[in-house]
Design a protein around this ligand. Structure first.
Ligand SMILES: [Zn+2]
Length: 401
């Protein structure tokens, strides 16, 4: 099939850029029939971009976006966690206030975009919602918080976001904050701060899933020990395969699995990226895609193709992604691994540039010998189990239920 594509230019042009390797009709059908969720969709960052519409099909090669409703249909992505992300700022009352307002605005943008597309997608707040919405033929929008910085020192704000429908949150992002040490900063708290420990209790009380991605190793270990319900890593990878602080060492992956937790495979930090000035100049031009004239757009696409031909944007590709995913499954078991590729947040690799390529993952897992039941656990069953456990705990039931 790959050879045929090379020889047939009209066919090549008709096939989305991300579908490099043909997926067999059987694999595609099986993928379509599975409930497929990704736990880290940074797409809400695009919701306020002028001229960008969630219900229009975009091209990754053009505007770098990776998720929209037409591509969710193409890639068989039923839904996932749409992220309220806030960059880390000053730990001052003024910094907290600005971050809180920005996060609330983002939460409102999610409500607005989902309501405007209510015939195709709907907000979900419980594990049972996934199946209910799927049966109605709708896609599924859970919400999560990346970086709890906007809560300031007022943990009651967590309930405000819970009322917006948020069901997953991580304490910290790329710099230490009031709750925890970041894995990409110098330790300040040696894990969680006293307020961070209170944050865990409030997360459990409300029935939200604790997300340890971006937390330092010590903070992640403390999250696992303190949380009454299993912890998720919404977008992380194995450090044994690529030594980066955002990846997780085997011992912690095993500890997470032993406590019932799940690691969702990230597509970032699997290999060295091209950090050349030439690459950042292209990326700067691309970030302004909507403002470019047609001639400028054509020139940009040509310049980018020329650069890609000379040097790859990242040494990791789809093969690296699958190798990392299979490694995580080997270390943690099929009940403790899922997918969270950081779409629209810097994720994506050659061969899986956007979500239209997701059927390739199912095809490869089948080829690797995993049963369809196991593959569906990886795509959605495991994260839904964690949601159910968080809900059950909040309702005062046994955590083993
Ligand atoms: Zn992230």
């Amino acid at each position: 099939m790959r050879a045929r594509l090379v020889f047939s230019l009209p066919l090549l042009l008709a096939v989305p850029a991300s579908a490099h390797e043909a997926v067999s009709p059987v694999d595609r059908l099986i993928h379509e029939q599975m409930l497929v969720l990704d736990t880290h969709l940074d797409t809400p960052m695009l919701f306020e971009r002028p001229g960008w519409q969630f219900d229009e099909r975009h091209e990754y090669a053009w505007d770098l976006s990776q998720v929209d409703l037409p591509r969710m249909a193409e890639g068989g992505l039923d839904g996932g966690f749409f992220v309220i992300y806030t960059p880390q700022g000053e730990l001052t009352p003024e910094g907290y206030r600005k971050a809180r307002d920005a996060a609330l605005m983002r939460a409102m943008a999610i409500q607005r975009v989902m309501a405007a597309n209510g015939d195709k997608i709907a907000l979900a707040t419980t594990a049972a919602d996934a199946e209910r919405l799927d049966k109605m033929g709708k896609r599924i929008a859970y919400q999560s918080i990346e970086n709890s910085y906007p809560l300031g020192e007022d943990l009651s704000l967590l309930e405000t976001f819970y009322k917006f429908g948020v069901r997953m949150a991580g304490p910290v992002h790329s710099k230490n904050n009031q709750f925890a040490d970041s894995t990409t900063d110098t330790p300040r708290w040696n894990g969680l701060s006293p307020l961070g420990k209170e944050w865990v209790k409030e997360m459990n009380r409300l029935g939200m899933v604790v997300d340890g991605s971006h937390s330092s190793d010590a903070a992640l270990e403390q999250l696992i020990e303190l949380s009454a319900t299993p912890v998720i890593l919404s977008h992380s990878g194995p450090r044994a395969l690529y030594d980066h602080p955002r990846n997780v060492p085997d011992a912690l992956m095993r500890k997470l699995a032993a406590s019932g937790g799940v690691m969702q495979m990230n597509s970032l930090f699997l290999g060295a990226g091209d950090s050349s000035d030439e690459r950042s100049a292209i990326e700067d031009r691309q970030a302004k895609w909507l403002d470019l004239t047609p001639a400028e757009r054509r020139q940009l696409v040509a310049d980018k193709a020329a650069l890609d031909a000379r040097q790859r944007s990242n040494e990791a590709d789809f093969e690296t992604y699958m190798k990392s995913l299979l490694y995580a499954i080997e270390v943690m078991g099929v009940d403790h691994v899922g997918l969270g590729a950081d779409w629209d947040g810097g994720g994506g690799l050659a061969g899986i540039e956007d979500i239209a390529a997701l059927p390739r993952i199912t095809a490869r897992l089948r080829k690797a010998g995993y049963s369809d039941a196991d593959i569906e656990k990886i795509w959605s069953g495991n994260v839904l189990r964690l949601l159910r456990q968080a809900e059950a705990h909040a309702q005062g039931r046994s955590r083993s239920e």
